[in-house]
Design a protein around this ligand. Structure first.
Ligand code: 5AD
Ligand code: SF4
Length: 342
């Protein structure tokens, strides 16, 4: 029987094929679907444990020189206000996260050349000096030398999503990007010793389960450590605003299968998922995910970082709720308790 063969290959840690992953993505058997989720949850428990890792994300600039067709802050979009946070302002947020005991900060922005390597190096050094926090950069494509300088300054992780491994879809959704260049960046980051993050969107125009299977194999082959999997959400004012949204079910299934195939990885319960389903994070945590990113962008800027419409606000309160509802544990390093944020 196909399904049992595939699942025992997974349990024995044998290589799994694109066709087999596709089968898991496509099956409509209730029992099989349930077994996929249960096995993923079990594997998450055995490999990374019950603690949900909580990280803070600061969206420090919504300026972007690129025009990705799906994105609400693409250069062609009129956003209420373009903003850039200065070092002082970023540090204020960092210190708050640090006071809560949070250990990792994600510095995220559009592709904004205002932040030269020099400016970023200064910021990274200061964060390290004042807090020793782990730093994840999510600032898009830069040169190998830039990545190297940022790594030497102290950046630990880098999140650069491939979005899709289907080259035709990649080209269709990215008017200014080249698949091979994106791949080259990702390989460069790995070579430089970054903890390498990637991810994809589920429900992109023309995307089939076969493509998602290919994405999952890509994460495995590239030894990606953090994999952000979110549904595509149409963003107002973009060329893709009328395309249908990706499905919650398919996204959860992709999360679960990624856990089964990639095993020891960080899988965030993504903001995108929480934005289209109020219980999205809880469901993801029960389907193999083990990380939550708090959106820690100052309130006055948040509404200007709408990469898709109706983006949800993941704060401490909603993170605590998802951890509780999924029956999981808060990290011991947290210095703030659910009672304090009521
Ligand atoms: N739907 C879902 N995710 C999106 N992102 C950007 N726009 C959208 C959208 N419309 C995600 C992409 C990108 C990050 C900036 O946000 O995965 O990597
Ligand atoms: Fe810019 Fe990233 Fe949005 Fe593309 S997805 S337009 S690079 S912020």
């Amino acid at each position: 029987h196909t399904f049992r063969d595939i699942m025992s290959k997974i349990e024995e840690d044998l290589d799994i094929t694109k066709e087999e992953i596709t089968y898991l993505l496509k099956t409509e058997s209730k029992n099989e679907i349930e077994a996929i989720f249960q096995t993923a949850d079990q594997m998450r428990k055995e490999i990374v444990g019950d603690v949900v890792e909580i990280r803070g994300a600061i969206e420090f600039s919504n300026h972007c020189k690129k025009n990705c067709n799906y994105c609400g802050i693409r250069r062609g979009c009129t956003v209420p206000k373009r903003y850039r946070m200065e070092e002082e302002e970023i540090m204020e947020v960092i210190h708050q996260l640090h006071s809560w005991g949070i250990k990792t900060v994600i510095l995220q922005s559009g592709e904004d050349d205002y932040y030269t390597t020099e400016i970023l190096v200064k910021l990274i050094r200061r964060i390290k000096r004042e807090t020793k926090m782990m730093i994840t950069l999510s600032i898009g494509e830069r040169s190998f030398t830039d990545y190297e300088t940022l790594r030497e300054a102290g950046a630990n992780n880098f999140l650069l999503k491939i979005e899709t491994t289907n080259k035709d879809i990649f080209k269709f959704i990215h008017p200014d990007d080249d698949f091979d260049e994106r791949l080259k960046c990702s390989k460069g980051l790995r070579q430089l010793g970054y903890v390498n993050g990637s991810g994809n969107m589920i429900g992109l125009p023309g995307q089939r389960p076969e493509d998602i299977a290919e994405d999952i194999l890509f994460f495995k082959d590239m030894a990606i450590h953090m994999i952000g999997i979110g549904p595509f959400i149409p963003a107002k004012g973009t060329p893709f605003e009328l395309y249908p949204q990706g499905s919650v079910e398919m996204t959860l299934r992709a999360v679960a299968i990624t856990r089964l195939v990639c095993k020891n990885v960080f899988l965030p319960a993504t903001t995108a998922l929480a934005s289209i389903d109020p219980d999205g994070q809880t469901k993801a945590l029960q389907a193999g995910a083990n990380t939550i990113m708090l959106i820690s962008t100052p309130a006055k800027y948040r509404s200007n970082y709408q990469i898709y419409s109706n983006k949800n606000m993941i704060d401490l309160q909603s993170a605590f709720r998802a951890v509780k509802e999924s029956g999981r544990k808060l990290p011991k390093y947290l210095k703030i308790s659910p009672e304090e944020v009521q």
